[in-house]
Design a protein around this ligand. Structure first.
Ligand code: AMP
Length: 281
């Protein structure tokens, strides 16, 4: 694996390459979910570039930014074991050479007003800012991102349609721990007791999936949120939405592709997850 810290060096290297470039953007503290994105890029025979950059612009809560785990030595080992071709590890000034005052504004419409957009004001602007910059530097043909952050996938797809139509987007399934908890860098911040409570979140999603047809959405949601509260979670949201555009539903319909999305705090750690409910035709 070759490590680049400066964008001109990376650009120069990539110009000489004639393979399809697959890009996996991350914020580090890597786990198997990230490695699965890299494996998918490799399966498609891409020259695989992973970036590690904790993007200050996408943190609406400064404490969350400061506490974001940094495990760079083990990240590098994992990337090497995963046969990543290139690691891009830029500093803040490399990505934001003009600082944070003059950033472009992206028209994200509805997606910025619901769910993560509503609870984390400015978050998706920050995501678009860093993604635009990284895509300008790396110029990949293929981009690999996780369904765990479904709303982010939709936002980035919009960005690609607007500014990078040549990039092919791959949404990769969520990797989970054996107890069902979605892998996440934030799981490292859970205390042992919180970690033992955390599987209540995916269990609540599974409860909804298994009971929504007979109980209806409102009752299934109430029961699931009660179970999460009993396990110590404080809910930001638990919503049913259309998978395609995340328009919020107030009733279950078996003929549509829907998804249940949740965000909740356990102590000071905010976890998000979602579970698709495929249409029954
Ligand atoms: P992050 O480092 O959390 O910003 O995530 C980098 C990429 O990895 C994003 O595209 C995430 O959606 C994806 N990702 C994070 N967790 C998982 C997971 N458990 N399974 C699959 N992809 C994931």
């Amino acid at each position: 694996m070759i490590l680049f810290k400066r964008s001109p060096d990376l650009k120069e290297f990539l110009l000489k390459n004639d393979r399809s470039i697959g890009f996996v953007p991350t914020m580090g503290a890597l786990h198997k979910g990230h490695l699965e994105l890299i494996a998918e890029s490799r399966r498609r025979e891409c020259l695989t570039v992973c970036s590690i950059f904790v993007n200050p612009a996408q943190f609406n809560d400064h404490k969350d930014f400061e506490k974001y785990p940094n495990t760079i030595d083990s990240d590098i080992l994992m990337l090497e074991q995963g046969k990543t071709d290139i690691l891009f590890l830029p500093e803040v000034k490399e990505i934001y050479p003009k600082g944070f005052e003059v950033l472009e504004h992206y028209e994200l419409g509805y997606l910025e007003t619901v769910l993560e957009g509503k609870f984390r004001p400015g978050h998706f602007q920050g995501v678009c800012q860093v993604m635009s910059r990284l895509l300008d530097i790396i110029e990949p043909e293929q981009l690999f991102m996780g369904e765990k952050d479904l709303q982010q996938c939709l936002v980035v797809r919009n960005l690609l349609n607007l500014r990078f139509p040549q990039v092919h987007f791959h949404k990769c399934p969520t990797l989970r721990e054996k107890d069902g908890l979605a892998m996440s860098s934030r799981n490292l911040r859970l205390s042992p007791e919180e970690r033992s409570q955390a599987p209540a979140l995916p269990r609540a999603l599974n409860f909804i999936r298994d009971n929504i047809e007979k109980m209806g959405w409102k009752n299934a949601r109430l029961e699931a949120s009660n179970r999460m509260s009993a396990a110590g979670f404080r809910l930001d949201y638990l919503e049913l939405a259309r998978s395609q555009d995340l328009s919020i539903k107030d009733a279950y319909e078996a003929v549509e592709d829907l998804v249940v999305l949740v965000a909740a705090f356990l102590g000071s750690v905010r976890l998000i997850d979602n579970l698709p409910l495929a249409a029954k035709h």
